[in-house]
Design a protein around this ligand. Structure first.
Ligand code: ATP
Length: 263
């Protein structure tokens, strides 16, 4: 199959989004292929999280002439169905009840997009077995029995990735995944994400940590003031000069074994 015939995972045309009375995304045009690995970079408040929330239909664009949103080739989605195809890992837990849930049950709760396994839910053996597989995939087997509220931030993040993967392993959307993780937990999270990318899961990453940009990520989208100001190959865009302009501060970059860091 030639590349041009592959239906994009996401297609945004002339997307504008308001939050409150303020327009925060302006004329976003974006196409992302399934399995593509992309990082979105930009200063605080530039609209990165709003963009992700628009992709997951938590926020809707303004209905205006020329606006078009297609996700997995469709314009209309039942939210539950969309969340079954799209793995979303946000910085927060899905809700307080998650804290009293075991790691395995938290992953199973992903099938229902719920914060815990409420008594009315019907859980099948297949769901449990898929949840165990997902936990294994993030090397979180030992977390199955542990209460989420008693896990470290890094362990919770692993469980949340498994929870996102249990529904789908097509595309994983991660908003600041390494926040609040210590150096070892950040490293192990990156290894987990690299493994997933190498297996064909598309990674769409928002981060403030340059070190989070995996070697497998080859596309960089830069945002500023609610607009996409650059979108292209990592080798062209991930430079100190570009980042200095984007963040309005002097940035020097160094690259080692496919990873970048501030010099
Ligand atoms: N719940 C909200 N209600 C109203 N405005 C909001 C809300 N959340 C965000 N905004 C505004 O939308 C704009 C974009 O915010 P968003 O959180 O998408 O940026 P961001 O790039 O993800 O920021 P950060 O890097 O700090 O997480 C900002 O001007 C922000 O003040």
């Amino acid at each position: 199959m030639c590349e041009a015939s592959v239906e994009p995972f996401l297609l945004f045309e002339h997307v504008n989004v308001a939050r409150g009375s303020q327009r925060v995304l302006h004329d976003i045009n974006l196409s992302i292929r399934p399995g593509e690995n992309v990082v979105i970079l930009g200063p605080n408040g530039c609209g990165k999280s709003t963009l992700i929330k628009t992709m997951t239909c938590e926020i809707y664009p303004l209905v205006e002439p020329g606006m078009r949103v297609r996700i997995f080739g469709r314009e209309r989605w039942d939210l539950q169905e969309l969340r079954r195809r799209l793995g979303v890992v946000s910085p927060e837990l899905p809700g307080k009840p998650t804290l009293k849930t075991t790691g395995l049950d938290a992953v199973v709760s992903g099938f229902f997009s719920s914060s815990t396994l409420w008594p009315n839910l019907t859980i099948t053996d297949e769901m449990r077995s898929k949840a165990e597989d997902a936990l294994r995939l993030v090397e979180g087997d030992v977390l199955g029995e542990k209460l989420v509220g008693q896990m470290s931030a890094g362990q919770q993040r692993r469980v949340m990735i498994a929870r996102a993967l249990v529904r789908s392993n097509e595309m994983l959307l991660l908003d600041e995944p390494s926040n609040a993780l210590d150096i070892a937990a950040q490293r192990s999270l990156r290894l987990t994400l690299r493994r997933l990318a190498q297996r064909g899961t598309g990674i769409l990453l928002i981060t403030h940590h340059i070190e989070d940009i995996l070697p497998e990520i080859d596309r960089v989208i830069m945002m500023r003031d609610g607009r996409i100001v650059a979108d292209g190959a990592k080798r062209h865009l991930l430079t100190g000069e570009r980042l200095s302009q984007l963040f309005d501060t002097e940035v020097e970059l160094q690259e080692r074994n496919g990873f970048y860091s501030m010099a």
